[in-house]
Design a protein around this ligand. Structure first.
Ligand code: ZN
Length: 347
């Protein structure tokens, strides 16, 4: 799943998912935004939308100077501090072009320069050419750029790659669909590989309108707080390997929350808890206010170093997240009332 697909471009990752799900789904619905919707048991009820975003943060070519050096802007939230001396891949119409983000050697930096906070526009990419004309033959304005950072395994079951935000959720939801194979269940399942989450959750907005679900689970990554320099007091207690994170808060439908919690407890699936007072910063925000409202839950996969080329996750968390979603679908009954307050749940 380590295929480039920065926000707003083509989505080869969804081609992979489609191939992977052959034989597990009843139909595939592509839409004009770029979302892809994988449907199982379309005549079932209630209609459940599962959303994982298939785009990733990255960079985009915006200017080539006279010497053939390339300037760029960020696609989504990219921290300028992680840019210097990175290898990058520019995704051109003729295939990948390799480059590096140049950086002044330490010997040549003045003391005060080292302290200066830089912006994305302070950096450039060197692709080894020396003339604007040559560079423009290879690279076009608007080409997307990703970090050149491959999947690796660390000790235990920790895996590292770029764009685990949110490819891991796309993977987890696809695996959940596979777990449903041959089982009987009430709901219609609409698994949506959404696009453009990193630039404003636009894919979730259009697909939630199109699917018109009764309820939804948005799945994303969230910040693990189990490494040096991050505050549990501020961000809660979230660890890799301790299970998916079930969110509670104003954006989360209480009935959905309660159902997920009871499935996790009943099936002995480890889980962690997170309180989100207002916006979630995920596709859940768009889905829950689609049309006249959708009962939406948020399940997150703990992630270290989000939006860097070394995002880390635990593989056991992925497995437990797939199980949680599959067991939720299997347990969800026709006629479930998602209206909160006196009809529904206290967590
Ligand atoms: Zn993100």
């Amino acid at each position: 799943m380590n295929t480039p697909s920065p926000s707003g471009f083509e989505y080869p990752v969804l081609d992979l998912v489609e191939k992977e799900l052959e034989g597990y789904i009843d139909k595939v619905i592509p839409d004009v935004t770029g979302n892809r919707i994988f449907v199982v048991n379309p005549s079932g009820s209630p209609k459940v939308m599962l959303a994982g975003h298939s785009d990733e943060v990255g960079l985009m070519v915006t200017y080539v100077n006279e010497k053939g050096f390339i300037y760029f802007r960020s696609i989504g939230g990219v921290d300028p501090d992680i840019l210097p001396a990175r290898r990058v891949i520019i995704h051109t119409k003729d295939g990948p072009v390799r480059g590096v983000i140049g950086e002044l050697p330490i010997h040549l930096k003045k003391r005060d320069e080292q302290k200066k906070k830089r912006e994305v526009s302070d950096f450039f990419i060197d692709i080894g050419l020396t003339k604007k004309k040559e560079a423009e033959k290879k690279v076009a304005i608007g080409d997307p750029i990703t970090f050149d950072a491959q999947f690796v395994r660390l000790s235990n079951d920790i895996a590292v790659a770029r764009a685990f935000d949110d490819r891991v959720a796309v993977f987890v939801l696809a695996e959940a669909i596979k777990l449903l194979k041959g089982k009987r269940f009430d709901p219609a399942v609409y698994f949506v590989g959404t696009v453009q989450e990193e630039i404003g959750s636009f894919g979730a907005r259009t697909s939630a309108f199109g699917v018109d679900p009764d309820c939804a689970i948005a799945m994303d990554v969230n910040h693990a707080t189990d490494y040096p320099g991050i505050s549990k007091e501020k961000y809660g207690d979230i660890s890799l390997g301790k299970g998916p994170v079930i969110a509670k808060g104003a954006a989360i439908n209480p009935v959905m929350y309660k159902l997920l919690l009871s499935v996790a407890r009943e099936k002995k699936i480890p889980y962690q808890s997170e309180g989100i007072p207002s916006r979630t910063g995920t596709d859940a925000d768009s889905i829950r206010i689609a049309r006249s409202g959708v009962a939406t839950a948020l399940v997150s996969i703990p992630n270290r170093y989000m939006h860097t080329p070394v995002e880390a996750v635990s593989l056991s968390d992925l497995e437990n997240s797939s199980r949680l979603v599959a067991e939720f679908i299997l347990s969800l009954k026709r006629g479930t009332n998602f209206i909160p307050t006196k009809y529904g749940a206290e967590g």
